[in-house]
Design a binder for this molecule. Structure first.
Ligand SMILES: Cc1ncc(COP(=O)(O)O)c(C=O)c1O
Length: 453
């Protein structure tokens, strides 16, 4: 009997991978040439080293992108279900944002002063997310870093608690994993000279006793969490988890920071609003400006007062919060257009309904081929995972990752004009994704599974 892995015929999967790599090379001579040129002056041959980690033998070069689609340098058209891993969750170059930044492009980009868009943007964020006070950053990584700094200062506590397998951007503090139950600094983290385990506590998601025990020392400033883990594959909160977790966090005088950078897929106010959560602080990056670099964080009234007090009590000088270009006029204009005209209830209704069709279609194809895989959906975000049911924590999610199998499927789809998110099996739909786009994806996915089993 042929060797199987994750339910697929592994020798067939390897043969398919080889055939798809050859097809990719033959299909993309212009991208190949550009990759060769780029290697002369770009470190690792790419603008960001991780751009080499896709399924492709060499990077695919994008020529232009619009709505749910993009065209590569060889002239092939793609339906994009990766959407910049959420950065373009509202489509590439959504026209209200394109118009707003075109207008702003002749009116200045950055002046270290508030623009006329600042107050309306903050008011809309307050309405949408239910938190009264807001600040800005250039990336979600920065927003998380700034929130941690403010909250440590406001509480006088040094520690942050995160969940095993989390990712919140390049925030050093969160790169601590549970290895055999022991908090351990992630080996892949480069150039880190401080002992992160001194100030970072890590427990498994969905484990209330572990959370209680970790907070009982009374030295944790805040829990930094995605409401649904998304970066190790999706891990849903078990029923009642967040209600109980919030009570525990409050009882121990810690604060809850919800990072909605990916779970903003849940609805116009993110997962927390949709599920009645009451975080002390909330972060959103990536798509908040329609793909223009910016991020936001909001605070409750009470926390805002504590943060202001911490700032006033500190001597004058650098706070460690803020970068020169944060809250620049360009980003503000993009955010205002995106919040007011693109991230609408109507757009979310379309995205969620279409993602449900996608999730149902993926489940049907998986069932037809009797594969032991599952599909999880959080609003516009859908993911298939190589296990019969959704993992319940980071360790379980880590155990079912199979990057080799992922890459075969991703490359098969890419060669047929369909891009899905690298490093796991996530598919996102945007306001301009159509029923036909989803149908195309499902046909190609089913054909891929037929090759694999
Ligand atoms: C939940 C979450 N927070 C923060 C970030 C960091 O975003 P950025 O890379 O834009 O700083 C990411 C990136 O994937 C993320 O998934």
């Amino acid at each position: 009997m042929a060797a199987t892995r994750d339910g697929v015929n592994w020798p067939r999967a390897q043969a398919l991978a080889a055939a798809e790599r050859a097809s990719y090379v033959a299909r993309n001579p212009v991208s190949a040439g550009l990759a060769g040129q780029a290697a002369r002056h770009l470190l690792f041959g790419v603008p960001m080293h991780w751009m080499n980690d896709w399924s492709t033998p060499f990077p695919l070069t994008v020529r232009e992108a619009s709505g749910a689609r993009f065209r590569d340098a060889d002239g092939h058209d793609y339906v994009d279900f990766c959407l910049g891993d959420t950065g373009a969750m509202f489509g590439h170059a959504p026209s209200p944002v394109a118009q707003a930044i075109a207008r702003q492009s002749a009116r200045g980009y950055t002046a270290m002063l508030p623009s006329e868009d600042a107050a309306p943007v903050a008011a809309e964020l307050a309405r949408r997310f239910g938190l009264p006070y807001w600040q800005f950053a250039l990336s979600a990584s920065d927003a998380n870093r700034f929130v941690l700094r403010w909250l440590r200062a406001a509480t006088g506590r040094s520690k942050v608690l995160v969940f095993n397998g989390c990712y919140h951007g390049t925030v050093d503090d969160v790169f601590v994993d549970l290895v055999g139950g022991v908090p351990t600094q992630r080996d892949s983290l480069l150039g880190q000279v401080y002992k992160l385990t001194d100030h970072t506590v890590v427990v498994e998601f969905n484990d209330l006793p572990a959370l209680e025990a970790a907070l009982a020392q009374g030295d944790v400033a805040c829990v930094l969490a995605e409401p649904v883990m998304t970066n190790i594959g999706m891990v849903l909160p078990q029923p009642g988890y967040w209600e109980a977790a919030q009570q525990i966090i409050q009882r121990h005088g810690a604060l809850l920071v919800i990072d909605e950078t990916h779970t903003i897929s849940s609805g116009p106010g993110g997962y927390a609003q949709a599920h009645g959560m009451r975080p002390d602080a909330l972060v959103v990056g990536k798509p908040i400006g329609g793909g223009v670099p910016c991020a936001v964080y909001g605070l409750t009234e009470e926390l805002a007062r504590r943060v202001e007090h911490a700032k006033r009590a500190a001597p004058p000088g650098h706070s460690g919060v803020g970068t020169t270009l944060s809250a620049n006029m360009f980003a503000m204009a993009a955010m205002r257009a995106n919040l007011e005209q693109v991230m609408t209830d109507q757009a979310y209704q379309h995205m969620s309904a279409l993602a449900s069709q996608l999730a149902d279609g993926l489940r049907a194809a998986i069932a037809l081929h009797k594969l032991p895989w599952c599909v999880t959906q959080v609003g516009a975000r859908t993911e298939f995972q190589f296990a019969p049911s959704s993992p319940h924590n980071g360790a379980a999610a880590q155990a079912i990752l199979d990057s080799e199998l992922e890459q075969v499927i991703h490359l098969y789809l890419l060669n047929r004009g369909l891009l899905i998110t690298p490093f796991h099996n996530m598919l996102l739909v945007c306001p301009e994704t159509t029923v036909d786009d989803v149908r195309l994806l499902l046909i190609a996915f089913a054909a891929c599974l037929a090759e694999l089993v």
